[in-house]
Design a binder for this molecule. Structure first.
Ligand code: BES
Ligand code: ZN
Ligand code: ZN
Length: 488
């Protein structure tokens, strides 16, 4: 999708259709010309409601406010309203929240995110798509918008939203077409085109690194596991960040087999890893002045004669022994080893892991929200705030010493499931914390994206299926961290 910023009046721009946002139901605004027709059509101007006036070549969309979240959703709704139609170009005015050009970014993100469709497996693809959007600097409040700043916002929005769509594509890909070696080649080719470093550890190297928990999870699959390390090392850096992603290209549950209805959608168990790949892509394309490392454990959890079993005792890379009581709690076993490896390779200022780790997180906070855990409330808050500003939902879940006791094992150092029924998202987080070393304890946050990563209906600017959860959140967090460092 191409964007162009125009200094000319919106009326003087050629396009197939004009998109007009009706803000907070202000139908008397100069942008709203078709009051009578809109009234006749019963258009109430509610958030996401749209009204297409074909002959006028105008599409009206309601927005609750000029805030980023509202505009992003409305722009996405515009794209949905135009889906399947023959329009190829859009023109739109500029809507800033009291001159804050950040709204341009939200709008552009909304257009790109809302225009996303996963068509890989459709034999008939939608050939008519919107490919061109012209933004007039004619502003809602008649404010003069700085074109330099605005074009920077457009560029950032494009990179971030396209990275999010890239992540969505990986997650949506069928497990037969996206197994660990494919994940590695996706990462490698992305790294090649963006200039990132990329190393892939295969079975032999994983054995040498003593990542036996990860190897056990992958053992019954015909697709051997791998660990991927992507690296962005700019010349001038402010600080170092490590990202870790759960990349279960399929989670059948293993011998603790999932019931049929819970197994469908488990191709999405690679969402953490896919988010890390998307984030790294944007970090490289924006050439952010921070060193960022992305580590991915790509594994398939299957059944078979050599499958790992409940009752097995595994030894993780840091030497801790784990009693396996459920092979479906496999993500934490993979992450245990990858977290250890990541910390061995890089001492970071911050370490974030992304994982579709527990159904319990979905039970606790619902489908749309990620849960954020860790030993540092400030870091948790940072993540939650960044999500809010980026248009994602996240909430902090607190650890406590009582739940910590529930993952004790009688025969090993720790057990891979808790001995109580409730609090599963937190006990999984506490399990991961066993593999965070002292120097990183206060620098770590675990982000359980099991809810929002893959939802089987459209919501906001997100499509059916993969949402790309984590990508916008993390890039916003980077932006905030960088500006904090610049202020020092
Ligand atoms: N990948 C699942 C978690 C999941 C569930 C992600 C639903 C997305 C949607 C994970 O590996 C898993 O199976 N966890 C178990 C843990 C349990 C055995 C302690 C779960 O949540 O039921
Ligand atoms: Zn599982
Ligand atoms: Zn899983």
């Amino acid at each position: 999708m191409n964007f162009e910023l125009n200094r000319v009046n919106i009326a003087d721009i050629e396009a197939d259709i004009e998109v007009i946002f009706v803000i907070n139901n202000r139908r008397k605004h100069r942008f709203v010309q078709d009051r009578k027709l809109l009234k006749q059509a019963g258009f109430s101007g509610a958030q996401d409601e749209s009204c297409l006036l074909v002959e006028k070549k105008r599409l009206y969309v309601g927005a609750d406010s000029l805030k980023g979240t509202a505009l992003r959703r409305s722009a996405a709704s515009a794209m949905k309203a135009l889906r399947g139609k023959r329009y190829q170009s859009i023109k739109v005015a500029t809507y800033t929240d009291k001159g804050n050009s950040y709204s341009i970014r939200a709008m552009v993100e909304g257009f790109i995110l809302g225009g996303y469709r996963f068509e890989t497996y459709k034999s008939k693809k939608n050939s008519k798509k919107i490919t061109y959007i012209s933004i007039s600097l004619d502003e809602y409040h008649k404010i003069d918008v700085d074109i330099e700043q605005a074009s920077l916002e457009v560029h950032q929005a494009q990179v971030i939203a396209e990275a999010t769509n890239f992540t969505r594509d990986i997650v949506n890909t069928a497990p037969e077409d996206c197994y660990p070696a494919v994940m590695a080649s996706i990462a490698e080719s992305m790294a090649k085109s963006t200039g990132l470093g990329c190393t892939v550890l295969k079975t032999k190297a994983l054995k040498k690194e003593k990542m036996d928990a990860l190897l056990a999870v992958g053992r019954a699959s015909v697709h051997s596991p791998c660990v991927i390390h992507l690296a962005h090392r700019p010349k001038h850096t402010k600080f170092k960040v490590t990202l870790v992603g759960k990349g279960l290209t399929y989670d059948s549950g293993g011998l603790s087999l999932k019931p049929a209805e819970y197994m469908v959608t488990m191709k999405s168990d690679k969402s953490g890893a896919s988010a890390v790949i998307g984030i790294m892509k944007a970090v490289a394309e924006l050439d952010l002045p921070i060193e960022v490392h992305g580590f991915i454990g790509a594994v398939e959890n299957m059944i078979g004669g050599n499958a790992y079993k409940p009752d097995d005792i595994l030894k993780a890379k840091n030497g801790k022994t784990i009693e396996v009581r459920n092979t479906d709690a496999e993500g934490r076993l993979v992450l245990a080893d990858v977290l250890c490896y990541a910390q061995q390779e890089i001492t970071a200022d911050y370490i974030f892991d992304f994982a579709t780790l527990t159904g319990a997180s979905v039970v606790a906070v619902g489908h749309y929200t990620s849960s954020v855990m860790g030993h540092n409330k400030k870091v948790q808050k940072m993540v939650v705030n960044a999500a809010d500003k980026a248009g994602e939902l996240a909430t902090a879940l607190d650890f406590n010493s009582y739940l910590k006791k529930t993952i004790k094992s009688e025969i090993a150092d720790v057990c891979n499931i808790a001995n109580v029924r409730y609090g599963g998202a937190i006990t999984a987080g506490l399990f991961l914390s066993e593999f965070i070393d002292k120097r990183h304890k206060k620098r770590w946050a675990h982000i359980d994206i099991a809810g929002p990563a893959f939802v089987e209906h459209e919501w906001g600017e997100n499509p059916y299926g993969a949402s790309g959860a984590g990508v916008r959140l993390m890039l916003k967090l980077f932006e905030e961290l960088i500006s904090k460092h610049n202020d020092r």
